[in-house]
Ligand binder design. Sequence first.
Ligand code: CP
Ligand code: NVA
Length: 300
Amino acid sequence: MKKDFLTLSDLSSEEVTALLDRAAALKAGRDISACPLIGKSIGLLFDKTSTRTRISFQTGIYQLGAQAIYINTKDMQLGRGETIEDTARVLARYLHGIVIRTYAHSTIEKLAQNAAIPVINGLTDLHHPCQALADMLTVKEKKGRLKDIRMAYIGDGNNVANSLIEAALLTGMELIVACPHGYEPDRKIHEKALSGGAKVKVITSPEDAVKEADVLYTDTWISMGQEREVERRKKTFKGYQINTDLLSLAKPDAIVMHCLPAHRGEEITDDVIDSPQSVVIDQAENRLHTQKALLEMLIK
Ligand code: CP
Ligand code: NVA
């Protein structure tokens, strides 16, 4: 039975722990000779731009012994009306797995339902689970654990925030999201996490959110696909910036995270993202290690 990774909750807590341990081992250089995916082909189907996701998957797939086939979906027959269902059925005859970055989450659900091979979510409007894997590894490395770590997420309740809510549920991390009214994370994802016992709060005050925080996290105010809302969003999110004043309210040893790309001067200031408390480059590196562990787990 194939296993997909469409949202973080496709994994159990035990699987997340095993995956993070494996990623740490791969990062430490253990088992570097292992090429578990030798002779395989993984498709990377991208509807949106990418630096980290695309390059870390391409590199990781190569390091595991397989080849990555990157396809901008504009160059596929999908753009001329071929259905996602037919595309899925055909690709499953050539490939051993698909990583897809697209808009509607329902598109990857349709792809996964019709492809007899694992489908990995490389970002949708609703979830960014590969990012959350790297984020969990980064917090674990820097703070020694995830359970009861207090993370304050400041800004838009977007795909990254939704996946962090699922990470809180799976790890026992405490998450406080500060966002303006109307920009909360997905209500269903939040409610499901709460009913599973997750410690997740959504409030409006960034100052209250960062009190006693071990980790401060932010992401762009304007996600891919929201380009028509730029002016409205810039006004709405003005007070939701991680700057030195906000950072000074957190624990003195708090770390600062950002999934990148950063919009310096908007959701985060130069002095904070370039400060010793910032771990954003280590966090980006961890995309490679966690995704290799994920590919090993899913692709047979
Ligand atoms: N964080 C992240 O997913 O970056 P890219 O958009 O560059 O892939
Ligand atoms: N929320 C951002 C994340 C980019 C990695 C977006 O969807 O554009």
